[in-house]
Write a protein that binds this ligand. Structure first.
Ligand code: GLA
Length: 383
């Protein structure tokens, strides 16, 4: 194995442990986790591996196979988000979270290695956060926190340290995934149910727009603020726990303009999630497919988070032979879409969609196959 740091662990006779945390897809339920809605994500076989070894001193050294640079911090000292720390902020934020919880960490070398395409909406950051928290807690022998609690901690790191006001979906999915299943998650209560996923003759494919997503944080936070404003207006006369709980006719009567559109997406998306879960449980793929397409249209028209790239990819997929359904996935503004494709037609589907997408945008799409997988865990060391 070519990993110099892992080799370094071995050469110095340092024992090390290996942990893995997946990325995630979301079958349906977009931009409603932070509105108390139901979502249907799943952990995937692509993800992040962490090699961790103890150090003689009490510092933490952070490196990645995917990026240059090494970051060394003292886990006993307060840390702040620093742009120059780039990707390592996700790790440093977790170390600081554990310090604030009163957990004393020793010195560790951390080497990350990801086969997730970074920053494309497959939750590479949630994967790193949940992985860091899970591994460090395991290394110091603290087993009092459940994986659900670790997911919530990771969300707090993302909200409070990184400054992205995300919901709980990504962290929960990568922590709690189960092979062959999606998670029907109630984001208001965190109650969940594993739903077996069987697409019959169809195969799920991830399609990346390969559009850099530089403005995602501010646009995302803006959508969240709009939803909070919509609920506050409605609740002047009512008392709904969250935006997804508001009947559509009430939202239509109380709101206007952009806030009316945003609420319409959230309320109808919640309905589509419930219909999709029911369809999956009764093997009704055509009803499931209709919900996926309805989700994309609502995210395009009412929530306005698609953009030319995701819409072009969606249109290319839907116009190509063998495609049962497609939709954008994740935060939007670039990132990935998913499609359900008749398995024997998959290779032709990919080349056709790539050509159509390139003609529309000038960009090259990428395609990723994946299985639905288990959540975070410790691996047997394999060197
Ligand atoms: C990002 C966020 C999630 C969720 C999705 C949109 O992935 O991290 O919490 O809001 O966008 O559904």
């Amino acid at each position: 194995m070519s990993y110099s740091l892992v080799k370094g662990f071995e050469e110095k006779g340092l024992p090390f442990n290996t942990y893995f945390c997946p990325g995630r897809i979301n079958l349906i339920g977009e931009h409603i986790d932070y509105n108390g809605g139901f979502v249907l994500p799943a952990a995937i076989s692509l993800g992040t591996t962490l090699y961790i070894s103890k150090r003689a001193d009490s510092l933490i050294n952070i490196q990645s196979q995917n990026f240059d640079g090494a970051f060394t911090i003292n886990p006993a000292e307060e840390q702040t988000y620093t742009p120059g720390n780039t990707w390592a902020n996700y790790v440093i934020g977790c170390v600081d979270f554990l310090r604030q919880k009163g957990i004393q960490l020793g010195g560790y070398n951390l080497l990350f290695d990801s086969n997730l395409p970074i920053g494309t909406g497959l939750s590479s950051s949630a994967s790193v956060e949940v992985l860091t928290l899970f591994a460090l807690l395991s290394e110091v022998g603290i087993s009092t926190f459940t994986k659900e609690e670790i997911a919530v901690f990771a969300q707090q790191v993302e909200n409070n340290f990184v400054g992205m006001n995300c919901g709980i979906m990504d962290q929960f999915a990568v922590a709690m995934g189960k092979a062959g299943h999606a998670i029907k998650l109630n984001c208001e209560t965190l109650e969940y149910e594993y739903i077996p996923v069987d697409f019959g003759n169809y195969t799920l494919v991830i399609m990346s727009t390969n559009k850099p997503r530089s403005l995602i944080h501010s646009a995302y936070n803006q959508r969240k603020a709009e939803c909070e404003e919509a609920l506050a207006i409605i609740n002047k006369e009512h008392n709904y726990a969250n935006l997804c709980a508001v009947p559509l006719h009430v939202a239509q009567a109380e709101l206007s303009g952009i806030l009316k559109q945003r609420a319409a997406h959230c309320i109808t998306e919640q309905n589509r999630v419930l219909m999709a879960c029911n369809a999956m449980q009764t093997n009704n793929l055509s009803i499931f497919a209709l919900q996926l397409m309805g989700s994309h249209q609502s995210l395009r028209t009412d929530y306005e988070v698609t953009g030319i790239e995701l819409d072009s990819l969606y249109n290319a997929a839907m116009q190509t032979d063998g495609c049962l359904a497609a939709r954008m996935m994740g935060g939007g503004f670039g990132g990935c879409a998913i499609a359900l494709v008749d398995a024997p037609k998959m290779e032709l589907f990919k080349t056709t969609v790539a050509a159509k997408y390139n003609a529309a945008t000038g960009l090259q799409a990428s395609f990723y196959d994946c299985q639905l997988s288990n959540g975070v865990g410790k691996l047997a060391n394999q060197i």
